[in-house]
Design a protein around this ligand. Structure first.
Ligand code: ZN
Length: 317
């Protein structure tokens, strides 16, 4: 007898394209263009949107107008609009423009952290305490992410014990909403299942997110593995835009419309309208002026695929 696959009933998707996607594009989008996209994403039903980042404008010029985007955004009550920050200055900018949800990030790579910051990832996270306190004092929610959690181009492997040390440091700093991120596109489904299962067991107090880049075509498979481990929060980027400046050949996040399509097909509720999502992604492609890694934009929805068979002429002569 066949048993149905065990899956979660519903998931929460965060559209990270306006930040993770656009920060890797050569073309800088204007405030008006970003507002059009972000408001269309909200209209399509996304409960969470990563609008931009408050980092140094010289480091990431694509995100320099994030403050103005937040100021002019017509916000929906039910939508959470978040931004990435790197330090206390980021919290101050968030407060000044009315952003009430921020996310910190650390790379799980010890080699990368020590080379760049001369400290371990866990030590970097301990230094976030001032950001967490400042955010809390201003009523700004704060979450954290761990990039390279599934593999890193600078280390042979990332031991799970190292990732746990970072999680412990986040919890000690007062952050219990955490994202495991695969910026280098090295995660694979059995590993994702194993790590997620263990993390859920070890840290029941943590609200987990997963963030997969589709560099080697495993993004959707990794999301499925996360769902099978009971995880319900996933990032994706419209049209699959994005990359990672340090990683050769890095692709964007798994395309949002591909994830929504997957969920529609397997009966997992997202609250997101697939047609609305595809319309936003098409508009984005138009604004950027180049095609992207999106299966749905290329092939359309499975359910729309009804081809007319050619009528055969049967002649029996
Ligand atoms: Zn990313």
């Amino acid at each position: 007898m066949f048993m149905p696959m065990e899956l979660v009933k519903a998931v929460t998707l965060c559209e990270v394209g306006p930040r993770d996607g656009l920060q890797n594009e050569k073309k800088l989008l204007s405030v008006e263009e970003k507002l059009e996209l972000i408001e269309a994403v909200a209209d399509a039903g996304f409960p969470v949107i990563e609008v931009g980042s408050f980092v140094h404008p010289k480091a990431v010029p694509q995100m320099a107008n994030t403050d103005e985007v937040f100021r002019r955004l017509h916000r929906k009550e039910a939508v959470q609009y978040r931004a990435l920050i790197a330090n206390l200055k980021g919290v101050e900018r968030a407060v000044a423009c009315g952003c009430n949800k921020v996310k910190l990030n650390v790379s799980a790579s010890k080699a990368h952290n020590i080379a760049n910051l001369n400290r371990t990832p866990a030590e970097t996270v301990s230094g976030f305490r001032t950001c967490v306190d400042a955010a809390r004092a201003e009523g700004v929610e704060i979450s954290g992410s761990i990039s390279m959690a599934f593999g890193s181009p600078w280390d042979r492997e990332i031991p799970l014990a190292d990732v746990k040390e970072i999680v412990d440091a986040y919890i000690a700093a007062g952050v219990t909403e955490l994202s495991l991120s695969d910026a280098s596109g090295q995660a694979y489904p059995t590993q994702v299942y194993q790590i997620c299962t263990e993390m859920a067991r070890a840290y029941p107090q943590v609200t987990w997110w997963l963030h997969f880049h589709n560099t080697r075509g495993l993004g959707i498979a990794n999301i499925m593995a996360g769902m099978q481990a009971g995880f319900t929060r996933f990032d994706s980027a419209f049209a699959g835009v994005g990359g990672c400046p340090f990683v050769p050949g890095a692709a964007g996040n798994v395309a949002t419309e591909d994830v929504v399509h997957l969920c529609d097909e397997i009966g997992v509720a997202t609250g997101v309208d697939l047609d609305g999502t595809m319309a936003v992604s098409r508009r984005l492609v138009q604004l950027l002026g180049h095609s992207t890694d999106s299966y749905l934009l290329r092939a359309g929805k499975s359910k729309d695929l009804i081809l007319e068979l050619p009528v055969k002429q049967h002649s029996r002569s």
